[in-house]
Ligand binder design. Structure first.
Ligand SMILES: [Zn+2]
Length: 305
């Protein structure tokens, strides 16, 4: 069985007409998972309600009180924008907190079973910085999950692999000073948000950035995984691997120009499973609904073999 943490409440973060980061993304994925050959092997779990978690102290380790208040106030006042492409709807603050809770549930699930789990939540998080939301992201889900994991018994090192096509500027900025967290990102470069140069290696050589030219496909990714990503993550000997699982490097994706196919994410999953089975996958980007849902299916399918 593979736990998938999901709630229909994640559909209530509304981003507006024609926005690519839309609720239909989750509907496409859950529909595909329920139709998959392995559907009976998925254990659907609801996230822990926010009022049953003490999220604020943890959130304040990552974000400023001013920023958290700003997101809440924009939502409470009927909605608006935190930057030009990052919308906040009336329920977005509550939904974004529930997304954080879901990522923490994902950590709990992996540590409890010793096997992978998948968090299907939105909004995504890897662009969210300490004092700013951007790039469709409000709270830094992956970084918060990593800090939460480090508070659990026996967890001393957490690695984050970010295969979203965009660099996770927010995650990197939050974790690069922490020697107990390693961060590795493969991303199209040049591309939004403009960070993620190979020369950005973290304060403890704990960051590995692999910029990839537009037009690249698996023939570029595969050797990078084998020669760079796997050795970097294996050498770190993580007690937990968090994957910022964005699927916008698909050829069909409208937001970038990398030419992966959905099944390629199955191969990437195999590489991760070769490092550890304690893997939390959490959804980041991915905007072509068919390619997105096929890619999540490919990821989970490999975990069940
Ligand atoms: Zn992305």
């Amino acid at each position: 069985m593979l736990p998938v943490i999901y709630s229909d409440e994640f559909l209530e973060h509304k981003t507006g007409y024609l926005h690519p980061e839309k609720p239909e993304r989750l509907i496409a994925i859950t529909t595909a998972l329920k139709a998959a050959t392995f559907a009976s092997e998925i254990e659907w779990r609801s996230p822990t309600p926010v009022d049953r978690r003490h999220l604020m102290p943890l959130l304040l380790e990552v974000h400023t009180q001013d920023y958290i208040d700003k997101v809440r106030e924009i939502a409470r006042s009927g909605g608006g924008y935190i930057d030009t492409d990052t919308a906040i709807s009336p329920r977005s603050y509550d939904v974004a907190l529930l997304a954080v809770s879901a990522w923490l549930d994902g950590v709990d699930a992996v540590l409890e079973t010793g096997n992978p789990a998948f968090v299907l939540a939105r909004p995504p998080g890897h662009h969210a910085e300490k004092n700013d939301g951007m790039g469709f992201c409000l709270f830094a889900n992956a970084a918060i999950a990593a800090l939460y994991a480090l508070k659990q018994p026996g967890i001393n090192r957490v690695a984050i692999l970010d295969w979203d096509v965009h660099h996770g500027n927010g995650t990197q900025a939050i974790v690069e000073t922490n020697p107990q967290i390693a961060y590795c990102s493969l991303h199209q470069y040049p591309c939004y948000p403009g960070t993620g140069k190979a020369s950005e290696t973290g304060f403890h050589n704990n960051v590995l950035n692999l910029p990839i030219p537009p037009g690249s496909d698996l023939s570029v990714y595969q050797p990078l995984f084998e020669k760079k990503v796997v050795p970097f993550l294996s050498d770190f000997q993580p007690d937990l691997l968090i994957v910022s699982a964005g699927y916008d490097a698909n050829a069909a994706d409208p937001l970038a120009r990398i030419n992966l196919q959905p099944q390629d994410y199955g191969l990437f999953t195999d590489y991760c499973l070769g490092i550890t089975r304690k893997i939390l996958f959490g959804l980041e980007g991915g905007y072509d609904l068919t390619a997105l849902s096929q890619s999540v299916v490919a990821t989970i399918e490999r975990c069940l073999i």
